[in-house]
Design a protein around this ligand. Sequence first.
Ligand code: HEM
Length: 319
Amino acid sequence: MASNSFFLLHVLVMFSLASMALSDSLSPSFYNHVCPEALPAIKRVVEDAVRKERRMGASLLRLHFHDCFVNGCDASILLDKTATIDSEKTAIPNNNSIRGFDVIDKIKSEVDKCCGRSIVSCADIVAVAARDSVVALGGPTWEVPLGRRDSTTASRTKANNDIPPPTLDLPALINSFKKQGLNEKDLVALSGGHTLGFAQCSTFRNRIYNDTNIDSTFASQRKANCPRSGGNTNLAPLDPTPALFDSKYFSNLVSKKGLLHSDQALFNGGQTDNLVKKYSTNLGSFSKDFAESMIKMGNIKPLTGNQGQIRVNCRKVNV
Ligand code: HEM
């Protein structure tokens, strides 16, 4: 009798351990059996979109960052405003700035078609699309841990509070990343995402007119397309090669040519100077650390197991 109940207890413990493993952690093989076609389908649509417009790769990378920093990587950023959804799309860091929603919709419909049903979460699609974008623009690859589920809520307030603005100095940047469980190395490596894409004049105007830690020739060049008033949406590349994943973002910081105040803050006499210098001449170590930090960022507070849902339409909570 006693050994019988001991056996039962043992089975129970093993079962709950196994189900914890299933529900609590992400795994790159999550869709391998249920839909092996899912990941290749995501890659196809991303490659197509990047072929049409190189910048889309940058935009999809940023979409994952802005998703993960607001209540974890749960696709909350994709939800449209309704009576009950406080959409993050109109939060200050996202409004008229974040892009890629149509590509995510296209991926979701392709993936669901390939899988024959809706089993791949929008949060996983965003994470894989970010990786495939980096690869499409010449960057490193990594295995994306999968099994995230989608939120049923969003928070504009949290998006305003938790996504760092470009006005921050180094201590505030470090603090913003620390709140997400990311360290100084993650901050520097992930800021290297700015090797891709563009920024609007309104985000760097104050830097080019008022900062003193800026190369004067570079400031003049940027002022030509970003006047003191007006031209708010005029674009400038975040580094000289905005469609190529390389180390120029960092070598630019070393020559005081960072576009955003927050970029140059990483090389301004503080504790991150040495890492910026290292990445500026070592694409291999930047690429390796970037991939590692992307996995860490992708692991921020995912919904797993039976939390949340797998949205049918990434823009809406299931009815
Ligand atoms: C460290 C704090 C960060 C700040 C303050 C910041 C700020 C910004 C700003 C202001 C823009 C320009 C947006 C616009 O003008 O519309 C931008 C663009 C971008 N950011 Fe960040 N960012 C940060 C970190 C990151 C991280 C961690 C990633 C990804 C790993 C990332 C990826 C990008 C990309 C790829 C773009 C270009 C997007 C495009 O061209 O559509 N950023 N960022």
